[in-house]
Design a protein around this ligand. Structure first.
Ligand SMILES: [Zn+2]
Length: 158
């Protein structure tokens, strides 16, 4: 049963409360995708009609794992949206499904370019942070030595 799908005509005037959890498959993320829902979605939402709109208010909570675009390691982000709100225009006085709206709102709260620093479950510095600067300076310093090493090795081969 889909808690976000209901007949508008049956919606009480003072709204209804939907509370529960939905499995990670709610997000319909591809198996191979870099983004994964690690926990069920916990939701506690009030759904009420306001003229020609359906208004949703409440909280949603779910933890995702993502791949850092810099170091390619996985990290987790817990989205704890305690003041989530959304609205959807009523087009027909019939069944309405808020699933896509809620799914997209949650996914849009995730960073476009995920980095370790965005993680809030097990915070850490990105191991690749500043690697380029380090590599450049250590390159110029270590080059002669490295070349010596190569030449020495070649000398020993003769
Ligand atoms: Zn990283």
């Amino acid at each position: 049963m889909n808690p976000f799908q209901f007949d508008i005509r049956n919606l009480p005037v003072d709204g209804k409360q939907v509370t529960g959890t939905l499995p990670p498959s709610f997000f319909q993320l591809p198996e191979t995708d870099l983004l994964k829902a690690d926990t069920p979605l916990a939701y506690d939402l009030n759904i009420i009609r306001d003229d020609d709109d359906i208004i949703i208010n409440g909280s949603v909570n779910v933890t995702f794992s993502l791949e850092c675009g810099r170091c390619l390691e996985r990290f987790q982000i817990q989205l704890d949206m305690s003041d989530y709100s959304a609205e959807q225009a009523i087009e027909k006085e019939t069944t309405i499904d808020l699933t896509d709206l809620i799914r997209e709102d949650i996914l849009l709260a995730l960073p476009n370019f995920p980095r370790c620093e965005d993680g809030n479950v097990d915070p850490r510095d990105c191991p690749a942070e500043g690697r380029f600067q380090v590599t450049e300076s250590s390159l110029t310093q270590e080059m002669p030595e490295a070349q010596d090493g190569v030449w020495n090795a070649l000398d020993q081969l003769k």
